[in-house]
Each structure stands twice: as structure tokens, then as C-alpha cells.
Design a protein around this ligand. Structure first.
Ligand SMILES: Cc1cc2nc3c(=O)[nH]c(=O)nc-3n(C[C@H](O)[C@H](O)[C@H](O)COP(=O)(O)OP(=O)(O)OC[C@H]3O[C@@H](n4cnc5c(N)ncnc54)[C@H](O)[C@@H]3O)c2cc1C
Length: 493
């Protein structure tokens, strides 16, 4: 057992935010970092698998937000790494909407329905919902007919730029490019990691990256952190960066001693998480239309989101004979709970509605289970947590020596790879500032804030304390953060 050991920083999670935070630390001379990753790979929600003779992305597949007034940093990394990408032209999808009898809706009707849905979405957005809209409480949609429901699903569950005027589209642009490279999207993380971790033959061999380490307990005090993993190892550090998803924070996978303060747990509970599932189907041959404008096609059903959005993989992997269908939320959870055979049967029945009874059966199916994966508990934070400044700030704010990162801590770009990447940089930078401040403040510190962060006491504010801070709710974490700065660097728990 390799415990206990003491380092400057423990990073929990080797997804894009954990790796980008570690890189910032390494670039600034903080090298005694330990990265504890629960799974057997880096990447987290960027995850490539071999399926039907091709590489498919189970998690993030697109660089969303390209061609705008600012450059998307992930797009820059993708180009630097030389990853192959293809432009996704969703605009044609509305002209490939099938009804249950296999007829394509006339283009005029489809365009008109699409325009009405966009106008209605913009109207809902303008009506002040930007100030309070958490997806947990969406406004009722006006969509009723199968085609309206299909378009509604496309606009919102796919976050089309016309329907969701969020920072990603406004700042970085409305184009989306899909990674179509057999090295996978996660190759980006490898390229980032190789700048500060030792590698050999395309693998990370650095002992600071510890895979298969499921963190179960984080003990923290004003002096440092102690982490216990499922296999009984103990790690100690001066600080900790926690990059697990909001779904994991909402679950009981990790316990905190002392418990996290109420302002933090309440904020964590308020965020809604989307489940987004890409199901892959392998066929002996193609039976769907290919060629320009045919990559995406839609199935209109009276149940919203029922095997609605389809994509053929011929542009990404020519000759692969693979189709992908995307499910979200309730439908995702439903198929996660049933056997893959059931799901295959349902998907085949939908395809036979669209393309007739004579199409061949799929020979293989891949159904990711993001909701039931205890290391994720969902796919990404729901748009737009930015709408509530208190929630997003409280989610991001450190608790003593624990610094939070991950896509869910990004005010502008929550939910996206670039959000996670920038969040890691932000958190790494904030932690560095903290460490430097501790070094300089170490000798002459005032004791007045110490009681908030004693070793055994709860970090929750009392009612009287909360009352006195009430006027500045968004500042609460900042004040706790300041008190955290008064810890003694290097002291042991
Ligand atoms: C199906 C799907 C499709 C998506 N599509 C896109 C897309 O096209 N474009 C886009 O920009 N974004 C997309 N996203 C979102 C994007 O993948 C995420 O926003 C981003 O990858 C999150 O990175 P992260 O570092 O915040 O979290 P993660 O990648 O989740 O990293 C957290 C890490 O913590 C680890 N961990 C969890 N619990 C523990 C524990 N107890 N102990 C130790 N380690 C632990 C996890 O294994 C994981 O590796 C998609 C996500 C999904 C799931």
C-alpha cells in the first residue's frame, strides 16, 4: 500500500479540468502533485471506445463554438494536436424529418415548424427567464404534434444556437466540429499531460498519476487534507482540487469530514444534470441515404425524444456502417434500466418505421450508461447555471483547502469541454495564488477568522453568522476562502 504520503496538492479526477489544473500547477513549479483517478484511464467524460471496427466517442464528440469573435481554446488545442475533425451541418436535419410511415415531411412545413419553434424559444428567453431559468423548472413548451416535438427536442436537447443564445455560441461562434480521429478526443488530454507527466510509447507512466483510485473520504482542516481511497490508501496534501462531476457531488460516493457547509451543499443540490446518451448500432451494410445534407435525420414520434435524433457515421468513418441515435434525460434513464436487447428491438422498430421492413438487423449495439455510472451520475450540468449568480459562485468557491473545479464551476461555459478546460486553468491559478499568499502571510497571520475552519468543527455557518452575512450572499464563500488563507502551510493534520 503506497500510503500515507504528503504532497503539495492532490487532484481528484483526471478529466480535462483535473489535467488542465495540474498543468497550470506544474508550469508554475508545483510538481509534487498527486492525481487520483477512479477509473483506469484519463479523460473522464471524454471517452473513446472501439466499436464495430471504428473508434466512437461515448462522451464529448464535438468542439462546440467555433468561428466566432473569440477563439475557442479547445479548438486551438485540437488544431495544435492535429486531430481530424469534420464540420457538422445541423441546418439540413430539419429537411430529413421522417414520420412513422417513413414519409419525409415536406420541406416547407418543416421549415415553417422550425421557424415557429425558434421564435417561441427566443420569446421564452427574452421574457426574463435569463434571470432565473434553471432547467429543473423549464417553461412549458408549445410543441404538441410529432414534428413540433421532434424540432423542440432538436433545438433544446441539442442546444442549437438559434434556440439557446448562450456564451459558447455568442462568443466562440455557432459552428460545431466533430472529432473524427481514431486517436480520439482524449488524445488532447494526453498531449496536455505529456507536457508535465512522464510518458513512454504513448502511455503516461508517471507515478504521480494514480489510476483506479476511488476517493471515498476527504478529511480537511485549516492545515491540510487527508484522502482515503476505496482500496484503503491514504494520501495527505496541503491542498486538494476536486474535479468530480456535479452528479458525483450530489451522490454519497465521497464523504467529507467535517461535512461541507450548508451554503455549499445547498448550491450543489440546486443544479440539474442532463443525461445524454449516444447509442451506436452496427449494420452489415448501409440502407440509409448518404450524400450532402443527409448526415443527420429525425424521427417524429408522439413521445418527445423517442429515438428522435439520428446520425450516420459515414462522414466520420467511411465504410463503418454505423448509425448513432441520441437520447436524453428520461429516455436515457429508461434505456439504461433495460437490457441492450430491448433497446436494440426498439431502435430497429423505429428504423423499420423510417426505412421499411426489409432493412437488416443491427449486428451489434453499444449503450453507454452515464446515469448509472457512479463516477459520473449524468452527462453534464444543465444550462444555464450562469443564470443564478449565487448558485454558480457557491459551487465554485473553495471550502478551506478544498478547491472545486470541473465544467460545473464554469460561469460562462458550463457543460462543455472548453468550460472544463478553462475551469481547470482558473482553479489552478486561484490555488497558486493561495499557496503564494500562504507563503508570504505564514508568519504574521491574524487569528480572527480561525474558528470558522477548525479541524473538528463543522464548516457550516450558524444562523446568527448567516444572518449577519445575509445581505451579501454571494460573498459568503469569499469570506470562507479568506479564512482558509490563514492556515499554516505545511503543517500536518
Ligand atoms: C455523452 C456526453 C456527450 C457530451 N458531448 C459534448 C460535446 O460534444 N462537446 C462538449 O464540449 N462537451 C460535451 N460533453 C461534456 C464534456 O464531456 C464535459 O463537460 C467535460 O468532459 C467535463 O470534464 P470535467 O473535467 O469537468 O469532468 P470529468 O471528465 O467527469 O472528470 C472528472 C473525473 O473524476 C473522476 N472521478 C469521479 N469520482 C471520483 C472519485 N470518487 N475518486 C477519484 N476520481 C473520481 C472521473 O472518473 C473523471 O475522470 C458531453 C458529455 C457527455 C457525457
Amino acid at each position: 500500500m503506497d500510503s500515507p504520503s504528503r504532497s503539495s496538492v492532490i487532484i481528484v479526477g483526471a478529466g480535462v479540468s483535473g489535467i488542465s489544473a495540474a498543468k497550470v500547477l506544474a508550469e508554475n513549479g508545483v510538481e509534487d502533485v498527486v492525481i487520483l483517478e477512479a477509473s483506469d484511464r484519463i479523460g473522464g467524460r471524454i471517452w473513446k471506445e472501439e466499436f464495430g471496427g471504428a473508434s466512437v466517442e461515448l462522451g464529448a464528440g464535438w468542439i462546440v463554438g467555433v468561428g466566432g469573435r473569440e477563439s475557442n481554446p479547445v479548438w486551438e488545442l485540437v488544431n495544435k494536436a492535429g486531430l481530424r475533425t469534420i464540420f457538422s451541418d445541423y441546418s439540413q436535419a430539419r429537411y430529413n424529418i421522417y414520420d412513422r410511415s417513413g414519409n419525409i415531411y415536406p420541406s416547407g412545413l418543416a421549415a415553417e415548424s422550425y421557424k415557429r419553434a425558434v421564435d417561441s424559444a427566443m420569446e421564452r428567453f427574452r421574457n426574463g427567464e435569463a434571470g432565473s431559468l434553471l432547467k429543473a423548472n423549464p417553461l412549458p413548451s408549445i410543441a404538441k404534434t410529432p414534428i413540433e416535438l421532434a424540432i423542440d427536442f432538436m433545438l433544446h436537447d441539442f442546444e442549437m444556437p438559434e434556440g439557446e443564445p448562450i456564451s459558447t455560441f455568442l462568443d466562440y461562434g455557432e459552428k460545431e466540429f466533430m472529432v473524427a480521429d481514431e486517436r480520439g478526443y482524449a488524445y488532447l488530454l494526453y498531449k496536455m499531460a505529456e507536457e508535465f507527466l512522464s510518458t513512454s510509447d504513448g502511455k503516461i507512466v508517471d507515478s504521480r498519476l494514480k489510476l483506479n483510485k476511488v476517493v471515498r473520504e476527504i478529511q480537511h482542516s485549516r492545515n491540510g487534507v487527508r484522502v482515503t481511497t476505496e482500496d484503503g490508501c491514504v494520501y495527505e496534501a496541503n491542498h486538494l482540487t476536486l474535479s468530480v462531476s456535479i452528479g458525483v457531488l450530489q451522490s454519497d460516493l465521497i464523504s467529507f469530514r467535517p461535512s461541507l457547509p450548508r451554503w455549499k451543499t445547498e448550491a450543489i443540490e440546486k443544479v440539474d444534470i442532463t443525461v445524454y446518451t449516444k447509442i451506436f448500432l452496427k449494420f452489415p451494410y448501409k440502407f440509409w441515404p448518404c450524400g450532402p445534407g443527409k448526415e443527420f435525420f429525425i424521427y417524429a414520434h408522439e413521445r418527445r425524444g423517442y429515438y428522435t435524433f439520428w446520425q450516420h457515421m459515414e462522414n466520420a468513418v467511411p465504410g463503418s456502417n454505423i448509425l448513432m441515435v441520441t437520447l436524453t434525460n428520461g429516455e436515457s434513464k429508461r434505456v439504461e434500466d433495460q437490457s441492450d436487447e430491448e433497446t436494440l428491438k426498439e431502435a430497429m422498430s423505429v428504423l423499420r418505421d423510417m426505412f421499411g421492413p426489409d432493412i437488416p438487423n443491427a449486428t451489434d449495439i453499444l449503450v453507454p450508461r452515464w446515469w448509472n455510472n457512479r463516477l459520473q451520475r449524468g452527462s453534464y450540468t444543465n444550462y444555464p447555471i450562469i443564470s443564478n449568480c449565487e448558485v454558480v459562485r457557491n459551487i465554485k468557491a473553495p471550502v478551506g483547502r478544498i478547491f472545486f473545479t470541473g465544467e460545473h464551476t464554469s460561469e460562462r461555459f458550463s457543460g462543455y469541454v472548453h468550460g472544463a478546460y478553462l475551469a481547470g486553468i482558473d482553479t489552478g491559478t486561484a490555488l497558486l495564488q493561495e499557496m503564494r499568499k500562504l507563503e508570504t502571510d505564514g508568519k504574521g497571520q491574524s487569528q480572527q477568522f480561525l474558528p470558522l475552519l477548525t479541524l473538528t468543527g463543522s464548516l457550516s455557518l450558524t444562523q446568527a453568522e448567516t444572518g449577519s452575512l445575509h445581505k451579501h450572499k454571494c460573498d459568503i464563500p469569499t469570506q470562507l476562502h479568506l479564512s482558509g488563507k490563514l492556515g499554516i502551510p505545511g503543517a500536518r493534520l
